[in-house]
Ligand binder design. Structure first.
Ligand SMILES: Cc1cc2nc3c(=O)[nH]c(=O)nc-3n(C[C@H](O)[C@H](O)[C@H](O)COP(=O)(O)OP(=O)(O)OC[C@H]3O[C@@H](n4cnc5c(N)ncnc54)[C@H](O)[C@@H]3O)c2cc1C
Length: 441
């Protein structure tokens, strides 16, 4: 069963022109379009399936600074404020709450790593509390066991993946933008070397700026006009359970299992970092660039199957613009979850959190997490194609930093002061060096 997702009514007729066209209605695309519409720009967002239906409704909902790589921490910090500001200025409910995140461990090396991160985060102005054994066991009492230590990040939180992207899309409409579901962008047109239009399955929109926020589809789209964006995806499988368990922390991470309270009172359960790598032509093309990433994470990754081939999101094929493309054949990337992982996750969750025995599995699903070789997103204008902006490769962190990423995109498109230093996100870094530093967490 698919991850739960609110459906929304969106715009009918496609505009003939727009100041900016945003391609992709995940959390990054909707926040980019929202921040553009908020500045009075005429923005059209096109989504091949439904707003939020891919990664942005399939995640845990964590919006965290805790353990963020130094390159992403400033954006994570600004994003938490932006989640709150969005609710205040629109009245839309994304389910965001600063509930705090709890990490528990019995591993001295892991605890020492968290303590080092705490010291670094303090220099950036982020407060996080290391917990000794007594405090960790008290905060983690739902596990009914003793812990050596932990960490609690009180200013972090969660939002509701089933409502967040649709809520932002509604706010785009309220600010005069248009949102078109079941409308794939097939490609682009240029004039004098600059972007001049986006071609969709329903017609052409003339524009001087386009944002590619297509998640796992971004690289194959860019491949159509010769831009090389190294991107690979991992299939991650998770499940949710019904309401009924009492006394669990809102958001808990341990090495064996993580749990997150959902908006409906149920919980999402997952094993952090675990995933399957489904072979695709694109995986093979970029495999050498992803070697450091896979070497760092190999313990939690396992080989997958051929479903990535069938999905078409990582094709190397060039498609004509006057015929249905792989995006129209796969409106919603909905990979089959790995049954063994689902069984193991549930068994570990019942063992760690006994009160979950009062609940039932309500759904299980998978999502393709799109990554860059260094685990940091690619956000910026493509140097060889002025007017075309890339915002993809969020490497498992994009939900929480969606508001900040969308703000940064709007800053770059409008030439405003960027909300954070964009240097670390510049897509050109992949030309300069094949192997960047892989993000720590
Ligand atoms: C199991 C799992 C757990 C995760 N947990 C967390 C977490 O707790 N916290 C966190 O911060 N992140 C988490 N993530 C990662 C997070 O979900 C993603 O980084 C984020 O949602 C990416 O957003 P996006 O908008 O870039 O992409 P997506 O949400 O994938 O959206 C891209 C959209 O673009 C559309 N599209 C693509 N091509 C086209 C086209 N040509 N024309 C029109 N539309 C197009 C697609 O249909 C899709 O809807 C998790 C991910 C998964 C799968």
């Amino acid at each position: 069963m698919r991850a739960p997702l609110q459906q929304i009514e969106t715009s009918g007729e496609l505009p003939r022109s727009a100041d900016t066209v945003v391609i992709g209605g995940g959390i990054v695309g909707v926040f980019a379009a929202y921040h553009l519409a908020r500045r009075g720009m005429k923005v059209a967002l096109v989504e091949k399936g439904f707003v939020g239906a891919e990664q942005s409704s399939r995640n845990w909902g964590w919006c965290r600074q805790q353990n963020r790589d130094a390159r992403e921490l400033p954006m994570a910090m600004r994003s938490l404020d932006l989640w709150e500001r969005f609710a205040a200025e629109t009245g839309q409910d994304t389910g965001f709450r600063r509930c705090g995140l709890l990490y528990l461990s019995n591993d001295e090396a892991e605890l020492a790593g968290w303590a080092r991160w705490r010291d670094f985060a303090k220099t950036a102005g982020v407060t996080t509390h290391m917990l000794d054994g007594a405090a960790a066991s008290e905060r983690g009492r739902a596990t009914e066991r003793a812990w050596k230590g932990g960490v609690f990040s009180p200013t972090d939180g969660t939002a509701d993946p089933s409502r967040a992207a649709p809520a932002v899309a509604r706010a785009i409409l309220e600010r005069g933008g248009s949102v078109h579901q079941n409308c794939a962008a097939r490609g682009i047109e240029t004039e004098g070397g600059r972007l001049s239009a986006v071609i969709t399955e329903r017609g052409t929109i003339r524009t001087k700026a386009a944002v590619m926020a297509g998640g796992a589809w971004a690289s194959s789209f860019c491949h159509q006009f010769g831009f090389r964006f190294p991107q690979a995806s991992v299939r991650s499988s998770i499940l949710s359970v019904s309401p009924g368990a009492a006394g669990l922390p809102d958001a808990l991470h341990t090495a064996r299992i993580s749990s997150t309270r959902r908006g409906d009172g149920g919980y999402t359960l997952a094993i952090s970092g675990r995933g399957r790598v489904d072979v695709t032509p694109q995986q093979l093309r970029f495999s050498s660039q992803f070697l450091p990433m896979f070497l760092k994470r190999w313990r939690s990754l396992a080989p997958g199957g051929l479903q990535g081939m069938r999905s078409g999101h990582e094709t190397l094929r060039h498609w004509p613009l006057d015929q249905p493309t792989p995006m129209e054949r796969m409106r919603i990337l909905d990979p089959i979850p790995d049954r063994a992982t689902i069984r193991l996750t549930y068994a570990r969750a019942l063992e760690l959190l006994p009160d979950l025995r009062k609940t039932k599995i309500s759904a299980a699903w998978a999502g393709y997490i799109d990554s860059t070789p260094d685990g940091v997103p690619a956000i910026g204008e493509i140097a060889t194609l002025p007017g075309f902006f890339l915002a993809a490769g969020f490497s498992g962190h994009g939900f929480g930093i969606g508001p900040g990423a969308g703000h940064l995109v709007a800053d770059l498109v409008t030439g405003s002061e960027p909300i954070v230093d964009p240097t670390s996100y510049d897509p050109r870094r992949f030309d300069a060096s094949a192997w960047g530093k892989v993000a720590d967490f």
